[in-house]
Design a protein around this ligand. Structure first.
Ligand code: NDP
Length: 327
């Protein structure tokens, strides 16, 4: 019998408090070579302006095997549907048998933010920063929740392409966390004085410029997962000490890295380390307070499989989820 774990059940099973250390462990294992994971396959569904990503991983140390199928349809906003949807299959590594089918949308939402929070914990220069968000959708919300696990935000500043999106974010986050959120008219105003900046937009062109960056700032760059899409301009990337989740994926998928490379502004050696090397203590991360650090997140299958396995084990312990058989 396999388990079906719906979003409502996962909400009870998985917390940000669990996920931040879990993601540190998963990415450390990845960067130590303990994970078998190809760069994801992406199918462009051009007729409908969408993408399908296939993301398998095997964690030998954890005995976890699984696959996420994730879709990204930016136009779903007009349909009042989520722009990202996903399903995760967890399999028994010994036999290949199905263990669980999990909603992957919430796991994607949460694990992405947990990884950025872990990166912030290791790379940010200050523990009570002003937080800036460029973008005010699902990831902005989960990032604020996750960042509160690793720092005490002094204030929050947000910009979005359309002001009502940022205003809704501000209203909801103030009600939920009791923080004051200032909505700004420009992205430049949002990052003014910030110690941590999260770029969490579906933009294909830069929203963050190097000219605006102050010494000591840490950036989590979360959007732009296509080689020809960017959230950061070349100056921002050149100025920063760059950490990625996966070197193999960054050189193929991350427009924020690929485009400055194509322009000749940086070389491959601009990637200092994988964030998992920092988590594992192999790389020191930030070495001086005035450095600008940049974590370029693409999202890895190992994050999904590690989270799915954690949720599956908890579900068995708590006897929740629905049993199902495909035979
Ligand atoms: P949402 O659809 O919930 O929010 C999207 C945000 O981007 C909104 O603030 C929207 O602004 C803004 N936006 C949309 N189109 C543009 C544009 N052309 N230019 C500037 N801003 C734009 O998406 P999510 O929060 O779920 O995802 C945000 C980003 O994070 C996406 O790029 C997504 O692919 C990426 N992501 C990355 C993951 C990772 O592991 N690294 C995992 C999951 C998502 P408005 O509403 O004001 O128009």
């Amino acid at each position: 019998m396999a388990l079906l774990l719906r979003e409502s059940v996962l909400r009870e099973l998985v917390t940000m408090r669990d996920l931040v250390p879990l993601m540190e462990q998963a990415l450390a294992a990845f960067s130590r070579g303990g994970v078998v994971q190809p760069v994801r396959s992406v199918v462009a569904v051009a007729d409908h302006r969408g993408f399908l990503g296939l993301m398998p991983a095997y964690m030998s140390g954890q005995e976890a095997l699984g696959l996420k199928a994730v879709t990204f349809y930016p136009g779903n906003v007009e349909r009042r549907l989520h722009t990202h949807m996903a399903t995760i299959l967890l399999l028994d590594p010994e036999t290949g048998a199905l263990q669980a089918i999990l909603d992957g949308r919430l796991i994607t939402e949460m694990r992405t933010a947990a990884v950025s929070a872990a990166a912030t914990k290791h790379l940010a220069a200050i523990t009570s920063p002003v937080l800036a968000f460029l973008g005010a959708g699902v990831q902005a919300r989960s990032h604020l929740e996750a960042l509160r696990e690793v720092c005490r935000p002094e204030a929050v500043q947000v910009w979005s392409r359309t002001r009502p999106t940022a205003e809704r974010f501000a209203e909801e986050m103030t009600a939920r966390f009791g923080v004051t959120v200032v909505v700004t008219t420009t992205p430049e105003d949002a990052v003014e004085g910030a110690g941590v900046i999260c770029t969490v937009t579906s933009s294909q062109t830069p929203v963050l410029r190097g000219a605006w960056l102050q010494p000591g700032v840490h950036i989590n760059a979360v959007g732009a997962s296509r080689p020809d899409w960017r959230e950061l301009d070349t100056a921002a990337v050149v100025k920063a000490r760059l950490f990625v989740d996966s070197r193999a994926a960054a050189v193929v998928e991350a427009g924020d890295f690929v485009q400055p490379m194509k322009e000749g502004a940086i070389t491959q050696s601009h990637i200092l380390a994988e964030i998992g090397e920092v988590f594992a203590g192999i790389h020191p991360g930030r070495t001086r307070p005035e450095e600008i650090t940049l974590f370029k997140s693409l999202g890895l299958a190992v994050e999904d499989v590690a989270t799915a396995q954690w949720a599956y084990r908890r579900a068995l312990e708590r006897k929740v989820g629905e049993e199902l058989s495909l035979h």
